[in-house]
Design a binder for this molecule. Sequence first.
Ligand code: ZN
Length: 498
Amino acid sequence: MNAAVYEKLLARLKRIQVLATVSGHLGWDEQVYLPPGSAPLRGQQSALMAELVHREASHPEIGEMLSAVEATPAELTADQLAVVRQARRDYDQATKLPADFVREKAEHTSRGYHAWVSARSRSDFGSFAPFLVKHLELARREAGYMGCGARPYDYWIDQHDPGVDSQNIAQLFAGLKEGLVPLVRQIAASGVRSRREALCRCPVYDQRELLYELIERLGFDFQRGRLDVSLHPFCSGSGMDTRMTTRFNADAPLDSLFGAIHETGHGMYEQGLVVDYHGTALGMNAGMAWHESQSRLWENQVARSRAFWQYFEPRFRSRFTEQASVLDSDELYLAVNTVRPGCIRVEADEVTYNLHIILRFEMERRMFAGDLAVDDLPQAWNDGMQELLGLRPPDDRRGVLQDIHWSGGSFGYFPSYCLGNMIAAQLWDTVRRSEAGLEDDFSRGDFSRLLRWLRANVHHRGRRMGTLEMVKAVTDQELSPRPLLDYLRERYGSLYLQ
Ligand code: ZN
């Protein structure tokens, strides 16, 4: 290998990443600031940027450089091998799909989205079904182009979480389901009821002030990032310029609070990636499940803990003296940790949430395996909800049509949410054992030790290894549902099952 070739490859990868951040900021602006009449121009700008990013990412020189360095692997360090492996993966992704196929998929994605919006508003699954059939066909074809035609669903899972397959997930989810279903039933039958809704009329201005103060204290760097408002909260940008969004509701201040802490976890992960390595596997997030583990850890393990509320409750009450007076301290803590089985995934609490994901994984797996026809999906969905959560959706709008993912042909994404919860719990277990007194820090409003630990053990690793391999490296254990089940039983058992 010629060291100069490797350096040139790095420079190419850097160009792609910089270009992609421009594209990302256009998307952020579209959801935060864009005047409605400017949408057509933004559509043109985004399409052109996507074309330029693709042109850069599929440049033949990259293929030549990759072939050159791959020819002498013994000359590469472990880090360089990781960089080359990821670059090959991305290059193949950019070049192996025929242009006709890419166009066909883009057109169908747009049509599928509009069909889903309309079908959902009318709760009419039948009108969306043909679009889903076509999406499944496109997904299988894409896996075929990428050399994974025999295991298309595994291809899609691997796209989100490198190295994970449906067999891994099926095993992990089976263990989780076995512990969770009875726990949810016990909580529902406990008779303990949260009075979360009593907390209302909290002015948005005060929510915003309190939130900014908190997020900065958690460790988000506002010199390299922003928090704005959008209809659907998200986190975009890079660690050099992280753009998070949230939304406020005067009558649901806890939703706004936890939504924003969730995005902050994502944002701090991006800010923790090593800047000099941006654009390569060494400075890249480790996949969707790992990303989600960072948001969930801050949102749940940290911000729903008693220690956190020892610090935060006085601040919350001083902002919302009158509004919060309707709940005493225990009631406020129960409001923060409300568990209520429901049909809607995005409204689910951290206990029932995982069952929503298990249902979607089972549906996807069966559809790809040919065991479940799209026409039979609503029935299978409702039966699954009944089995897992003891509920039957009143209609498809609140059932099989509720999520956007399938409308855009996004498969294999849902499992990442639940894998992320499992990883978060396993990290929490690990860090608590290695850092004594961590929760005492939280009760004093000091989160720096946890963030430092995550920086050193998670963020700085980048994407040097696959999802499950990294779990083993960081926690010294294989990924297991047990830490998540133990954590949920401990926290929610003490609130609901005493
Ligand atoms: Zn998230």
